[in-house]
Design a protein around this ligand. Structure first.
Ligand code: NDP
Length: 250
């Protein structure tokens, strides 16, 4: 935990109710941040807040549907107003609606682009004001190796995640002079609810292809986010940090 008398940095983590977002929230809390836990399901967020507080950390809950752009922008404004600051934004909430491109419906295309890409833009636009005011900010967008190298069956998802790379680099250029960094963390295959239903045989095959010979954990991603959002990472911006056990190496 942070022992200094400086106010705790405030971090908003979307998709914190489970999986990678939950691990990111736990890690940032352990590192002394006040973590605002955001997702649609209030119960798991309250449980996580309790867990963080039990270990001496600080957290609060914001029930947010990131696909509702007006509500999302208002929620980000409220977080900044309630705490008087917003230092770290982790756009992690994401969904998949996989299908081959030729069979993909307009609805599934739009849903994934809205939740995985447009939400990040709206949250960044709202978070940038309080960050600029304090001349400090750390923005991390959680993309995917699918957005870097593509993935059959994921046209919507890969396009949204690739969009995050362009968005991040642009934000890095626009806000770099204000003390704000923006980076992407792109996970490979991480064991969460999102990947739970893949057949064991596919998981075994995949594992054999990875340089480190194991699937990723949410904690692997949280460790990268912890560094990228740290005070000492001020010279790291516009980058895509691929955390994939050596799957793509590109
Ligand atoms: P999970 O499905 O386990 O969790 C997704 C999280 O996003 C949940 O907390 C969910 O909360 C939240 N969420 C989904 N839709 C919304 C919404 N409309 N509004 C607010 N919150 C929402 O996914 P992972 O933890 O596996 O994935 C996290 C991120 O990492 C995603 O962006 C994903 O694309 C990315 N990723 C994951 C990989 C993997 O192998 N698992 C690989 C590469 C990238 P709730 O349902 O309560 O709203």
């Amino acid at each position: 935990m942070t022992q200094s008398s400086e106010p705790r940095r405030v971090a908003l983590v979307t998709g914190a109710s489970r999986g990678i977002g939950r691990s990111i929230a736990l890690r940032l809390a352990r590192d002394g941040r006040h973590v605002v836990l955001a997702a649609r399901s209030e119960g798991p967020l309250n449980d996580l807040k309790h867990q963080i507080e039990q270990s001496g950390g600080a957290a609060s809950v914001a029930v947010i549907d990131v696909s509702d752009m007006k509500a999302l922008a208002a929620s980000v404004d409220r977080v900044a107003a309630d705490h008087g600051r917003l230092d770290i934004l982790v756009n992690n909430a994401g969904i998949t609606k996989d299908n081959l491109a030729l069979r993909m419906s307009d609805e599934d295309w739009d849903a994934v682009i809205t939740t995985n890409l447009s939400s990040a833009f709206v949250a960044i636009r709202a978070a940038a004001r309080p960050m600029m005011k304090n001349r400090f900010g750390r923005i991390v967008n959680i993309a995917s190796t699918s957005g870097v190298v593509g993935n059959a069956g994921q046209a919507n998802y890969a396009a949204a995640k690739a969009g995050l790379l362009g968005l991040t680099k642009t934000i890095a250029r626009e806000l770099g002079g204000k003390g704000i960094t923006a980076n992407v963390v792109a996970p490979g295959f991480i064991e969460t609810d999102m990947t739970h239903n893949l057949p064991q045989q596919v998981k075994d095959q995949l594992q054999g292809m990875l340089a480190v010979k194991r699937l990723g954990t949410p904690e692997d991603i949280a460790a990268a986010v912890a560094y990228v959002t740290s005070d000492e990472a001020g010279y790291l911006t516009g980058q895509t940090i691929v955390v994939d056990g050596g799957m793509t190496m590109c």
